[in-house]
Design a protein around this ligand. Sequence first.
Ligand code: ADP
Ligand code: ZN
Ligand code: ZN
Length: 733
Amino acid sequence: MTLDIAKVALPVPLDKTFDYLIKPNTYPVIGGRVRVPFGRQHLIGIVVALSDQSDFPRAQLKPLGAVIDSETLWSPALFGLLKWASQYYQYPLGDTLANAMPALLRKGREASPTALKSWALTEAGRNQPLISLKRAPRQVQVLTVLQQGTTSHEALLAQEVSSATLKTLSEKGWIEEKIEQPKQNDWLKHFEVTEEKPRLNEEQALAIATVNCNPDYGCYLLEGVTGSGKTEVYLNLLEPILAAGKQALILVPEIGLTPQTINRFKRRFNVPLETIHSGLNDTERLSAWLAGRDNQAGIIIGTRSALFTPFANLGIIIVDEEHDASYKQQDSLRYHARDIAVLRANKENIPVVLGSATPALESLHNAKTGKYHHLTLTQRAGVAQKARHGVLDIKGLYLESGLSAPLIAQMRKHLQAGNQVILFLNRRGFSPAIMCHECGWLADCQRCDIHYTFHQQTGELRCHHCGGQRPIMPQCGDCGSTQLIPVGVGTEQLEQQLATLFPEYKAVRIDRDSTRRKGSLENYLEAIKNNEYQILIGTQMLAKGHHFPNVTLVALIDVDSALFSNDFRASERLAQLFIQVAGRAGRASKPGEVMLQTHHPDHALLQDLLHKGYDSFAATALNERKQAWLPPYTYLALMRAESNDNDQVLQFLQQVRNTFEASPRFNQDVCIMGPNPAPLARRAGRYRWQLLLQAPDRKTLQQLLCIAKPMVQLLPLAKKVRWSIDVEPQDLT
Ligand code: ADP
Ligand code: ZN
Ligand code: ZN
């Protein structure tokens, strides 16, 4: 029996692998890349199995092209994890594997550190009179640069020297190539703790001892208010791991990867550290990936996608701010990095620590049921004080661009004392709608079932869903009146109003519109630290991971929209925002204050949160979820479908529903809701419907999906409408 068939996963949207014949003297490996002919093109794929069997006669099979890797790209544990993720999140394996690779590997680049090429002058080159090269200015440029000393190939290319020029010069014998092999960094030999450590408090010591006493798999939920010393716990956990020559992976939310965070790890250990985030270019990304795999980095800190980095010898995973919504990927492989981190730790048999001041209800539930160990830090390290908080009942009050008179008065007090104030409003733009004052007509996006948002700065109406925009119309679209007025308040309007209310103080708006340019967020944050602005207006973005010691008043302008949202997670997010900002306001000498504006000061969740704290809120909210049969007590999958033809989508999802109901795994514990119109029923001209699947456990959910999906794919309408499956969705729109 010879294994002459390679089963290859290709980056194409099909749930299957493809068979190729292995030619003699070529040796593909499982988990390694190969080039294969596919239709009229050539693709790079991953070998997932070697076999002596195929469903097709050998004469029909094409031979494998070049074998790129002689070793697997992933350890068996990580390869297994990727295969599991592909199945669980219902995303094709070839695409999943391609997404888990740095772009350069997808394009066929060698999976090893590239030798560093540089250029130096030869004796002949040194003696060459430059005047003789008048008509070749590029060559003169190269020779001039090299007269200063040997220069790397990359650096020359960066000065717009072409490879052709270098080739010409080297053929003339005037310059020569120097190849330097990449240095191996044996960091373990020099490992040291390079700063003085603070004395741990009892809770910290207990948390560290609990994790350290077992080097095998265990999942630990570290719940500690902001400033209670969670990062200090992480640092202490890393010490014995690194000292034993093992590596650490630290995941942070998208916006949490700040220089301050990185520096704390750099200061503590003299271990090479790599970061992985969306700002890396292709070369940097590959280099960080290789540093993990080849043990050239002791610590990797990264956002969601860093989770799939290979490690030579991983010893621990830490997920900071584990409740953060950015851990869930919203397209392609819709994975949750926290959940997969726990699974990865399990497969690699190492500890995983989930840290947060406001754990996700899912994680608290897992801690309560004993799946996770629950570690708590209740005291703030250092001397910071707890923020005071108050509810502002705004029933019947006149609001000035969303601000009530008592709030304005309170702001004035804090500003006059020389402090800063943050106002939270999760709505960009000037106003969420434009209305005719005479007849009540509203300006709607033509392509979506939604009002245009008015952006006064640019004089535009923008649709926040399809991205469509148009200049504001001069007249009502119905009665022709010119009296068009903004309805509701967005951050832009708030900013304008504040300039009128507080002309003597400078306000800054931090939202997706104002921080679009790269580096602008960092600049704003720096300016805020330097007290250049006194009033900060922000969406959720501003709540994450930043500490503003001079902010003594934080106000949540519109609590009601979260309390009465049709998204069942909205109240959890509000509670997290509240606790996070309350934890970051003020400092020892200047206690902070948090104010909430609401029409419903007696709302049960709000009362729980304010008077008994996050854990009590969570207990109440969990109870509500249990009654309503919602996660974490059930597992959801959301099937989204859209098309220009409304009936087609509806019909398709109805057929999908029938398919599920006919499945042998379907029983009375499973519930299917819909087809229902999506909360945003029309977007960019397409009609959107959804089907929600609710199962009592992950296994049932997965089996249902795995059985039904191939049948759904065979439905004729499956090729006509655009559809996707989101397993354990975070966002139901
Ligand atoms: P968190 O990550 O929970 O917000 P940090 O670890 O950043 O908390 O700690 C907050 C501050 O308290 C930091 O400046 C940190 O250096 C300090 N700190 C942490 N633990 C201790 C301790 N045991 N003794 C003194 N200071 C501490
Ligand atoms: Zn639109
Ligand atoms: Zn009108």
